[in-house]
Design a binder for this molecule. Structure first.
Ligand code: THU
Length: 147
């Protein structure tokens, strides 16, 4: 992916924070998932009074994409921090989201941590979740793509 594409996905993740519903933690997270076809699917965290039903931004984006029939992904960008503030630090995906991503994405899948006005740190899913659980022993249960 070009530096320009990376920047635009980083900005999409920052932008997606605007729709976060986080009245309990006041911690807003945005994600932007680039599909193999080139679509950008946004996601935000959606909290719940019972706490447990809360959904993270990354899984919101992933599940929205799957609901649209998209299962091949190129890159994920994520940004989060205190509501109303530019994130001063990176917000790495939680363990549950890492495992959810591993259902569709292989170990080389790039995950971009975003902070500030679009500062990016590049990681891979394999680095974030080594030895992910699978019933087949293969990583990345669905076919995946890279740009
Ligand atoms: N959160 C995410 O959206 N993504 C993560 O990877 C970590 C945490 C959300 C869940 C909750 O709404 C808030 O951040 C504080 O935990």
């Amino acid at each position: 992916m070009t530096a320009e594409q990376e920047r635009s996905l980083a900005l999409a993740a920052l932008q997606a924070r605007a729709n976060a519903y986080a009245p309990y933690s006041r911690w807003t997270v945005g994600a932007a998932l680039l599909t193999a076809e080139g679509d950008v699917i946004p996601g935000c965290n959606v909290e719940n009074a019972a706490y447990g039903p809360t959904n993270c931004a990354e899984r919101t984006a992933l599940f929205a994409a799957v609901a649209q029939g998209k299962r091949r992904f190129a890159v994920l960008a994520v940004a989060g921090g205190p509501e109303g503030e530019t994130p001063a630090a990176f917000c790495p995906p939680c363990g549950v989201c890492r495992q959810a991503l591993a259902e569709f994405c292989g170990p080389e899948f790039p995950v971009l941590f975003v902070k500030g006005e679009g500062e990016v740190q590049r990681h891979t899913l394999g680095e974030l979740l080594p030895f992910s659980f699978s019933l087949t022993g293969q990583e990345g249960g669905e076919s995946h793509a890279h740009v």
